[in-house]
Design a protein around this ligand. Structure first.
Ligand SMILES: Cc1ncc(COP(=O)(O)O)c(C=O)c1O
Length: 400
């Protein structure tokens, strides 16, 4: 494979990004820089590009067919065993279009209207919206700030889940937006509570390939046979390999009762991801290792740039360097940007669009209104411009 170390990550093509159909840049006025939705400003791995071109040149756009198991399921099983030391149970992997679809399907098949669904808050906003819309109750497990990092308390967890009528836990690990990679010591009490209350755990591990050393991703289903038997592992190649728009994801269903319920659902309910999205996913998981390593070097340098910048500001911008993902969770409460809607203010004042923190606790009592999420998956030069603009907005006088 033709591979230039770190070359693809040194510069971005803003004209390409602005002229396409991507929401991150395409929806913004010309002076505004997009640093919000979790797409990267880079391209895709050469192997992914080539696989998409091959499918296109063959004009292979008909109904899909392959002999034997779905190649996406095979590539997923291979990757989990090879990279994360977890052997998925054969025959338990289903292909979906995206994780939000997986969440919706699992809510319907593992819970009833009115049931509680627990998850760490702040949380990926569409998950909160999806749970609320489905008529289930969000039971927030608040992420807590300390000087050493973000975490959560497992004290009284079982009682809390029981008292709130929980039937399911949605465990996003690595965690968006805090960038935490949960340790086995943190995950084990969650598995024990799930066991005691007979809960299904939906483990969203979409960011597992974006973990910075020395942190290590531990699949929830790898905690032991009891955990595996109640876990639905959901993931895709879309975050690490920048193909979110292609729409292909997988769910490995360890829980028998969910597997049985799904077996009864009409096939049409699940939709069919395209050949194009499947080919890209398989190429990403099987052939893009060197590209991913180079990407991680750039993201590592970028997260440290954010940390140095935050530390040098004359204000208390609370922030912990993420252990995974390309997202920084920034608390503007101690800054002149203020403790309400910092992203909206920065968009107006600095011409930089971040994700608004309040959305990450919507439909809950948790208050994250002083936060904003910064996406640093961009070139070092563009990141520097983003950070300079934010700092300059700080310095300006007058109402923000
Ligand atoms: C934790 C998490 N889950 C799911 C998704 C989205 O997945 P999909 O586009 O497959 O619905 C994201 C996107 O950023 C995410 O951060």
């Amino acid at each position: 494979m033709n591979h230039e170390p770190s070359g693809p990550f040194e510069a971005i093509d803003v004209a390409r990004l602005r002229s396409g159909y991507g929401v991150k840049w395409g929806s913004l006025p010309a002076r505004t820089i997009g640093a919000w939705v979790a797409d990267m400003d880079f391209g895709v791995p050469p192997a992914v590009r080539e696989s998409v071109i091959r499918v296109t040149e063959r004009e292979d756009f008909g109904y899909p067919f392959w002999p034997g198991e779905d190649p996406v399921a095979e590539a997923f099983e291979e990757r989990m065993a090879g990279r994360h030391g977890w052997r998925p149970r054969p025959g338990r992997t289903r292909v979906f279009t995206d994780l939000i679809q997986i969440l919706q399907v699992m809510i319907e098949h593992a819970t009833e209207p009115g049931d509680g669904i627990a998850l760490h808050v702040p949380a990926y906003p569409p998950f909160l919206a999806s749970i609320a819309r489905s008529g289930r109750r969000i039971v927030p497990l608040p992420m807590r700030w300390s000087e050493t990092g973000w975490g959560f308390s497992a004290e009284g967890l079982t009682g809390r889940l029981r008292d709130h009528g929980c039937r399911m836990i949605v465990l996003v690990n690595p965690h968006n937006p805090t960038g935490r990679v949960f340790t086995p010591e943190e995950l084990t009490p969650v598995a024990e509570a799930a066991e005691e209350l007979d809960l299904v755990v939906l483990a969203d591990e979409i960011h597992a390939d974006l973990v910075f050393a020395p942190h290590r991703h531990v699949p929830f289903a790898s905690l032991g046979a009891p955990a595996a038997a109640r876990t639905i592992t959901a993931t895709s190649a879309t975050k690490a390999f920048n193909i979110a728009g292609l729409r292909c994801a997988v769910a490995h269903i360890g829980a028998d009762r969910v597997q049985n319920a799904l077996a009864k659902a009409p096939l049409d309910y699940f939709g069919t991801p395209s050949i194009l999205s499947r080919a890209a996913t398989v190429a990403a998981w099987r052939e893009a290792g060197a590209w991913l390593e180079d990407l991680m070097r750039t993201l590592d340098a970028n997260r440290l740039m954010v940390a140095r910048w935050a530390a040098a500001l004359p204000w208390d911008l609370r922030h912990h360097t993420p252990q995974a993902t390309y997202l920084s969770w920034l608390d503007f409460a101690g800054t002149p940007i203020g403790d309400r809607a910092p992203a909206a203010r920065l968009e107006r004042r600095a011409g930089v669009k971040l994700s608004e923190g309040a959305e990450f606790s919507q439909d809950t009592e948790v208050d994250t209104a002083s936060f904003a999420r910064l996406n640093f998956a961009t070139s070092p030069a563009n990141l520097e411009e983003i950070l300079t603009r934010i700092a300059a907005a700080h310095r300006r006088n007058g109402p923000i």
